[in-house]
Design a protein around this ligand. Sequence first.
Ligand code: COA
Length: 159
Amino acid sequence: MMKLWMAPLGLHIEPAEPIDAETLAELHARGFYRGWPREEFAAYIAAPDTPIYVACDAKRRIAGFAMLRLVADAAELITIAVDPKWRKKGVGLALMRALFEDLRMTPARQLFLEVAADNPAALKLYAKLGFAKVSERQGYYARADGLPATALVMARVLG
Ligand SMILES: CC(C)(COP(=O)(O)OP(=O)(O)OC[C@H]1O[C@@H](n2cnc3c(N)ncnc32)[C@H](O)[C@@H]1OP(=O)(O)O)[C@@H](O)C(=O)NCCC(=O)NCCS
C-alpha cells in the first residue's frame, strides 16, 4: 500500500525515493553547519532501518524531509530539515506527525532525538509535540565560531 500523509499548503508527505538523494543532501546542507554527502543519503534511502519522509508538492518538489533510525523498540529522529522558504508554515510539524503515525506500524514505543540548545526553532517544534529532556551533552556540536553548542537529548513516548 502506498504511504501518504497530508501536509499544509497543498503539500503531502511520502517515503523518499532513490532519486531524492541529491535534493536531500542540498536541503540538509542549508539547514546544518555540517552537511552529509549525496552518497550517504542514497544509502539511507535504500536501508529499511532508516526511513526518510519527504514533504513535497504535486510535482514532487521537496520542501522538507525527516529521517528516522529504528532500533528494536526505540526510534531515533536522525534529522529533520525544511527548506528556508517553506519554514514556519507547519511543514516540520506535519513531517513529525506523519512519522508518529508510521511508527505505529513498528515495535518502537519511544522516539529519541538530539537537538542543539541554541536552536530555538527545533526546540519549539519538539516542545509542541510533547518531547521532554532526558539528558545533556555539553560541547557536542561544532559551530562556525569555534564555540561548540550543547546537545539536549529528548524523548517522547509513542502512543
Ligand atoms: C526546525 C525546523 C525543521 C522547523 O520546521 P518548520 O517547518 O519551520 O516548523 P513549523 O512551521 O512546523 O513550526 C513548528 C512550531 O515551531 C515554531 N517555530 C518554527 N520556527 C521557529 C523559529 N525560528 N523561532 C521560533 N519558533 C519557531 C512555529 O511557530 C511552530 O509553533 P506554532 O505552531 O506554535 O507557531 C526548521 O526550522 C529547519 O529546517 N531548521 C534547520 C534544520 C534544523 O535545525 N533541524 C532540527 C535539528 S534537531
